[in-house]
Design a protein. Structure first.
Length: 427
């Protein structure tokens, strides 16, 4: 009876379970059940034989557990950047297996390449950039390094998804000695492991030169556990980076849109040069007044006239009011019905209502008038059901009352842009 534990073999003549040669499997099981301390005693004896104790194993596992907890907390609470997660992963991976240097490479599935901005942590006077085979080094973090999947040791791991534990780097034909020759650094041992997410390799972690001896099975097993959490951490950091870039793109797009959809100084001057708001026709306060034949320029003046007639100018800035109305006009699309003319007509209807009643407070009347003027801003000429049926971006943002939510948000955005229009207004 013999078994291998670490590098030392238990000899056949060594009695592990007393009388085991004369016992059936069932009797051995019964012996172990009746002697629960046997396994613990035997394992402790062999731990001492191979130079480590139960405390060493527990301490190592505790260290791993503490880091994994720290990693999860960092990702789900702080939502750090990809570079921060990479540094953290490399730093702990290096300490976990007691390696001299650490590198991490991510896969670019579009180009079929491995790449990294931060690697070779631990060696020299700070992080430097080195490729998978030590074939390129750039001081500090000055550029991104890329190489084809399948190239070198890290490339091979990325291609096959298998762990490589190289005990003699110079004896492995896949290893490139270029940087060792240039820098004088001697690469001896390499532990290279894939990082999986959803069954696919998303990156490779590479440890170089274990400080004491070679990378052993304990290092591999601990590293495998670490790699699972490492993959989750990198995946979430990658998603966070993607979301953050999308947010920045959205802000840029919104800034461009606001610039082109806001009243320009030239447009404002053109309207203001026509003079003060035009006096409205005598029947303007009647519901029967037909707005259909009023040209767009006059609609702007009439909209300002209705505002002044209802609320006065003591608390409002006339120039800002004109800019607001011109901006509202620009944000109505040229669709057959839900256009600037329709918005003006509905606002005129509310004007007639407010002129004939004192039931509303000033702020309520102001809200009703502005709401009517802006109620169909940026209407696309389609109804809510069409938006839902075509899975439009608006329907994905607003699952109920899609266009109504959009009109409201457009109105708020314009009011924020022309911020002085209603300054000082209170109930």
């Amino acid at each position: 009876m013999g078994c291998v534990c670490g590098k030392e073999e238990i000899k056949e003549d060594e009695e592990v379970v007393p009388g085991a040669e004369d016992m059936s499997v069932w009797k051995i099981e019964q012996y172990l059940l009746n002697n629960p301390d046997f396994v613990d005693t035997h394992v402790r004896k062999n731990w001492d034989r191979y130079g480590f104790t139960q405390k060493d194993v527990l301490d190592r596992q505790k260290t791993l557990n503490e880091f994994l907890l720290s990693m999860v907390r960092s990702i789900f609470q702080d939502m750090v950047s990809m570079d921060t997660v990479i540094k953290k992963v490399m730093n702990f991976a290096q300490r976990l297996v007691d390696a001299d240097r650490a590198s991490l490479f991510l896969i670019d599935s579009k180009s079929g390449e491995l790449y990294a901005r931060i690697f070779d942590m631990g060696g020299g006077n700070g992080p430097s950039v080195v490729d998978a085979d030590n074939s390129n080094m750039v001081s500090q973090i000055s550029q991104e390094i890329r190489f084809k999947i399948g190239t070198g040791i890290a490339g091979r791991v990325a291609l096959t998804g298998e762990t490589l534990n190289i005990v003699d780097a110079y004896a492995d034909p896949r290893f490139n000695r270029t940087v060792d020759q240039v820098t004088g650094y001697v690469t001896k041992t390499i532990l290279c492991m894939p990082i999986f997410i959803r069954g696919s390799v998303m990156g490779v972690v590479q440890m170089v030169n274990k400080r004491m001896g070679e990378f052993n099975q304990n290092d591999v097993e601990a590293f495998e556990t670490f790699a699972v959490y490492c993959g989750l951490a990198l995946h979430h950091a990658k998603l966070y980076d993607k979301i953050r870039r999308s947010e920045q793109k959205f802000k840029v797009a919104l800034d461009v849109l606001s610039y082109h959809n806001t009243c320009t100084e030239e447009e404002f001057e053109t309207v203001r040069n026509d003079g003060p708001p035009t006096e409205a026709p005598e029947d303007f306060t009647q519901f029967s007044y037909v707005t259909l034949y009023v040209d767009d320029m006059k609609k702007i003046h009439y909209a300002v006239h209705m505002f002044i007639d209802l609320f006065g100018l003591s608390r409002f800035d006339l120039d800002s009011l004109y800019k607001f109305v011109i901006t509202v006009k620009k944000n109505y699309r040229r669709v057959p019905y839900h256009n600037w003319a329709h918005g003006f007509t509905v606002a005129h209807c509310m004007y007639c209502i407010l002129k004939k009643t004192s039931a509303f407070k000033p702020l309520e009347g102001l809200s009703l008038y502005v709401g009517c003027l802006c109620h169909d801003l940026d209407h696309r000429g389609r109804n809510n059901q069409f938006m839902l049926d075509t899975s439009s971006p608006l329907a994905n943002i607003y699952t109920t009352s899609t266009l109504e939510h959009h009109h409201f948000n457009q109105t708020v955005a314009i009011l924020q842009q022309v911020s002085q229009t209603f300054t000082g207004e209170s109930p």
